[in-house]
Write a protein that binds this ligand. Sequence first.
Ligand code: ZN
Ligand code: ZN
Length: 472
Amino acid sequence: GLGPKRVRVLYDQLGITTVEGLKEAAKEQKLRRLDGFGAKLENELLRETRVLSKKENRILLREAEEAAEPLLAYLKKFRGVELAEIAGSYRRGKETVGDLDLVASAQDGKSVIDHFVKYPDIAEILSQGETRSSVVLRSGLQVDLRVVRPRSYGAALFYFTGSRAHNLHLRNTAIDRGLKINEYGVYRGDEWIAGETEAEFYRVFDLPYILPELREERGEIEAALKGKLPEPVSLEQIRGDLHTHTLDSDGKNSLEEMAAAAKALRYEYLAITDHALLAGVIDGLDADGLARQMEAIDRINEKLEGIRLLKGIEVDILEDGSLALPDEVLDRLDICVAAVHSAYELPEKKQTERVIRALDNPNVHILAHPTSRRFGKRGPVAIDLEKVMLAALERGVYLEVNGTPDRLDLDDIHCKLAKEMGLKLVISTDAHSTGELDFIRYGVGQARRGWLEAGDVINTQRWNRLELRNKS
Ligand SMILES: [Zn+2]
Ligand SMILES: [Zn+2]
């Protein structure tokens, strides 16, 4: 065991809060130098974390998609299948997925199961019955399939989508009304009364259809009863991306290529926010490089129709809360995205003060990836986000919902909190290539899980309505 003292050291010195973070640090031999650790313990921990993370075994939503979508297509092509969908946390759009829960409707369950277990990517069949089967794909992902009769499809989809807390709430509502629910339908005594579609299922309880993204038992059932469910922001409402990188720092495409790709997405604007040079940490821009990039952007903007490139920077927030570029440089930009990329391990009070001090700078428009978490790499920094959000609100700064699949930062809970506070957010990709502009899907998904509507998200605004502090 580690004991509370060593756990504290891990957290204070390396910012480690997850098994994955511990595993990474052990691999990089960062633990052996810590007080009370040493190489022997490091090796032991590495072994243990391998076992543990196998148990945790959650993969990124994006990785799950790569396995799930072809499998779903395979299943839907089978003639006996009427409807099929992936339920579970995948359907709710959670950032990581443990295993896949498939639900299908068919008259003959067994034929569907027989087809399912022939899927070429299966490494192991764990079970194979008349209406259910569990398999492990070659990637290690477990998939459970449940086949029900068409009249039970909505009930099964509801049941296997969860969350558990949301389902429990509805089960209790059912009991209060003398009803019973299970994966086959809603029953009064032995009489089946509903369950073919989810909408029908909810209607029994005088509820409108509740989107899977909202089924986390965070007030959605109460809101639904009052007719106050949000209308979550959608991909089509996004008009631009305000955090992207090019070859001028650590990106993989040129300004022109990024502009063309953004135009193909029918965006109205794209902010180029390369990293500023910082102590050789990455190959970023210095003041001269930035000046050259700004001239290049002017030239592109003159030529390019239909989209506007914004001159921006992703500037580091230094440990004392000052910024890595002087104000006279920042002052000339259209947009300044500030972010923490170092000293993740500061204690909460210091980290909070550091970030708020950066927001004090009137040149800062957006605080990027506010907690710095990266799935599989490090947990969120210790920071009082509510305080940061209040400070941002007072100063007219926006917080980012970063759509990079291993970040998705802010999380859904803080998106919802921001909305309740009246703080506007921006959904950005932090794309480092043209292909990564597609990460906007995950950012929007996260925002939807956080109840954000178009009006809560600044980059749903047209260019001429986009309000950036000090925008000329
Ligand atoms: Zn960053
Ligand atoms: Zn970035």
